[in-house]
Ligand binder design. Sequence first.
Ligand code: HEC
Ligand code: HEC
Ligand code: HEC
Ligand code: HEC
Length: 445
Amino acid sequence: MKKYTTFILLGIIVILAALLAGVLFFMKNHPVEQRAVVQPLVTVEPMEPDSSVWGTNYPLEYSSWLLTESNNIDTEYGGSSGFSHLERDPRQVFLFMGYPFSRDYNDDRGHGNALTDVNATKRVTETTHATCYSCKSSSNPALWDELGLEGYDSMLFSEIAPRVTETIGCANCHEAGTMRLIVTNPSLENALEAQGLDWETFTRQEMRTVVCGNCHVEYYFSGENKILTCPWENGTRIDQIIAYYDEIGFCDWTYPGAETAMLKAQHPEFEFFTAGSTHYNAGVACADCHMPYTRDGAMKYSNHNIHSPLLDPQAACGQCHTDVDYVTGRVNEIQDQVFTAKQALEDALVDAITALQLAVADPDSDPALLDEARTLHRQAQFMWDFVSAENSMGFHNPEYALSIIAEATDLARQAQMKAAQAADDPSLLQVGIYYTLDPVPTPVP
Ligand code: HEC
Ligand code: HEC
Ligand code: HEC
Ligand code: HEC
């Protein structure tokens, strides 16, 4: 009996070994699909700013990256034309009154235009610091290496301009030679460190999101030297960010007439997406939707033509979802809901600001209650901006977007009530009070 078992076992082993040899032989003759990593033709220097040098080695990634400059198609809420948010929604001229965003606020375009667009914006003045170039150029990693973050940020925009010659490129996301994804922006490194995180320990899938966090984050300019800083010390959720700004007593500008110390949100795609969105929780990364794998003959590469996934949903969503029409339909519904709720919030903010301005103009108003109204205004408007400046019209995290808007609308109405209480004037409680003013003021930048 024992002898038979040994024979059977031996037999099984022989068969398995034969199968394995067969598989190995097959694999040798049918190599696993070739990735686009080819034998390097040129040596790329560390932090090489010129993407065309990298492009010699990686022509597929390079040629798809080049397309980001000429993209010009719009979707309902996004897209690449760079339309004016102020023209589409004049309420924003009022909401940003006293701040450069009320002069010039265009939708984001492709990476290939980042340098042109920052050089053209009317928001830059003679006193603007170099910090504004931080997210616009592949010249930066080498400059940060040479000057340090402080040295870079303390320079003026006009002073560093001649050295910032390239738009966003390979050196913003990759390490030359290894081509691995890296954190290149020292501010992101600092912000992760402040939370006890070391990006060098992150998985490849995590880096496919974190690499976008080099730029697509909330930030502010800290101190005299305008050091680029992410307000993440307490965490990256909106309440933690507001708490941080309150603790350090930060404000971006003072709202005219209301005298509220305001906060401007930037483009918090990273914080927004990673705050427990369905996709993030499921392990999906920014690059999955914005840089889907594309086939070119036998080669498979990440499409570097980063733009709205709605322009090619089959590639962007079809890798995971079988019913692409259904999921893109869901995007439209989510975005419409968020847009409608966001506009109701804007109306509430316009009312709150108007009531506050009228209450401040009244010498008999209670100063303590005015301050309470201002605190509510500051919070509500930052929360609005956090959703509004985030570029997906809520899609990256629909529940989060709607819950922030709901809370902010409540806070804005409370601000209006506090202002009415401060002035002891019930007429300030009116909904649409701005439009009852005679004459209705035209918002001036
Ligand atoms: C599940 C897919 C998905 C993931 C993951 C994802 N996005 Fe998006 N993203 C979208 C969709 C859909 C839109 C909406 C596009 C539109 O309205 O045209 C969008 C919009 C954007 C926009 C504005 C595009 C435009 O046309 O103006 C930016 C910028 C952006 N995403 C960056 C990011 C970043 C950064 C991450 C990771 C932190 C990320 N996205 C993760 C699907 C995704
Ligand atoms: C070095 C900074 C930087 C990095 C890194 C970066 N972005 Fe951007 N991104 C920008 C800037 C700046 C713009 C707006 C450019 C403009 O409007 O001229 C932008 C625009 C976009 C747009 C809008 C494109 C369009 O056609 O409307 C999308 C989508 C986007 N980024 C996604 C991503 C994703 C996904 C990643 C990570 C894989 C990423 N970005 C990494 C800075 C960056
Ligand atoms: C905004 C960030 C970003 C920029 C800019 C960028 N890449 Fe990438 N690249 C990525 C991401 C994300 C991946 C996917 C990496 C992964 O899955 O590990 C990638 C992957 C690659 C790969 C691996 C093969 C592949 O296609 O998946 C190569 C090679 C590459 N990029 C070359 C380039 C070159 C050349 C440039 C400049 C012309 C460039 N990249 C610019 C983010 C970027
Ligand atoms: C890498 C895989 C992946 C990609 C790419 C992807 N998704 Fe998803 N998506 C998921 C997973 C996983 C879920 C979680 C629900 C599930 O298991 O079906 C999900 C859920 C959803 C949901 C339902 C969300 C909810 O909360 O009910 C929508 C809508 C959706 N995706 C839209 C999109 C769109 C639009 C795109 C393309 C822009 C896209 N997805 C790209 C994996 C992906």
